[in-house]
Design a protein around this ligand. Structure first.
Ligand code: SF4
Ligand code: SF4
Length: 179
């Protein structure tokens, strides 16, 4: 696991930008963001699925690619979506009109590791290379769940429903802005 405790408080530019990063995708977690109990749940497919499906869970398994290899990790869930992430798509479930509903300390490492910049070229200090190392012990379980449920949710139309609900939410928002 990475040994650096990252933390860049949002800069003044964040209040101008109003969370472009949070609108694109929820923060990536590091296993360090989870409690001991949650980490234990990640040890087996059944307990991990139960944890992700639990009512208050805000996380989703997603996949990413680094140098041609795929890896699986947890990130904040997207609005309207389920515990299966689709390549980092969608506005974070914790983003409200007033900003992130989580205190800075409670934000995942990918959020605390994002260094804002006045030119809006914000830099992510929690790198994919570190994520690959951090999430290595959990690959087998996360991959099995992601593959099983992404196929199931695709086949039963859930993913399509999520996409439609998300589109609807965005359209409503645009309409309200025009009124
Ligand atoms: S970190 Fe960058 S993209 Fe995110 S809210 Fe701040 S300025 Fe915007
Ligand atoms: S957890 Fe907070 S900081 Fe991270 S993407 Fe969601 S709203 Fe933004």
């Amino acid at each position: 696991m990475s040994d650096v405790l990252l933390g860049f408080k949002p800069g003044e530019e964040c209040s101008i930008c109003k969370g472009r990063c949070c609108k694109e995708c929820g923060c990536s977690l590091s296993p360090d963001d989870l409690t001991e109990e949650q980490l234990k749940a990640l040890g087996a497919e059944e307990t991990c699925t139960e944890f992700l499906k639990s009512e208050n869970c805000l996380y989703a398994i997603d996949m990413a690619r680094l140098k041609g290899s795929v890896f699986y990790y947890l990130r904040m869930r997207s609005k309207c979506y389920t515990f299966i992430g689709i390549e980092g798509y969608g506005e974070c479930i914790a983003l409200t009109d007033k900003g992130c509903e989580l205190s800075f300390e409670k934000r995942p490492k990918g959020g605390r590791g994002l260094k804002s910049s006045a030119d809006f070229r914000c830099i992510q200090e929690y790198t994919p290379e570190e994520m690959v190392v951090d999430w290595k012990p959990y690959q087998k379980v996360l991959e099995a769940i992601w593959k099983k449920y992404s196929a199931e949710l695709e086949a039963d139309g859930t993913i399509e429903k999520c996409e439609k609900a998300y589109e609807m939410m965005m359209r409503e928002r645009m309409k309200n802005r025009q009124v």
